[in-house]
Design a protein. Sequence first.
Length: 160
Amino acid sequence: MRSYLLTISTLTLLTLLALSALTVIIPLYIQLLATLALSAVLWLICLRPPTVYETSLLPPGAKGLALPGLIFLTPGLREPERTRVLRHEYEHQRQMRRYSPLGVALFLGWHYLGGALWARLRGRRVSFMELYNANPLERQAMAVMEDEGYLLRVRDRAPR
């Protein structure tokens, strides 16, 4: 399983980099206000129950992807696997609500980049999967996969 929030982390960091490249043209305080406004909009999107879609455009090996207000699933997932993946992705939605999408993106960037750099400084190479399995947000989402009492509040648009 891959880190599903890595996509939003990458997009947010690229947005921040693009804004910082515009420092010459746009004053820094306007860039900060734009970043905060984008974060607030994404956070508001996270407050409503996410909509579930099935798509074959997910990265290879991924069964689901959580973005603010959206959950994407691989087509053809059967029960109980589908419910397990939904629980996992819905927990990521709750994390985005709790920490904000920007906070999650910054944490993931720190975790993956910092973890890789720290390992390199110690003369060790780590794989993406090692970092993924050590990620506290993923551990928390994996813990709820088997929890039968975990309440899902989603709007399911996927065909059954």
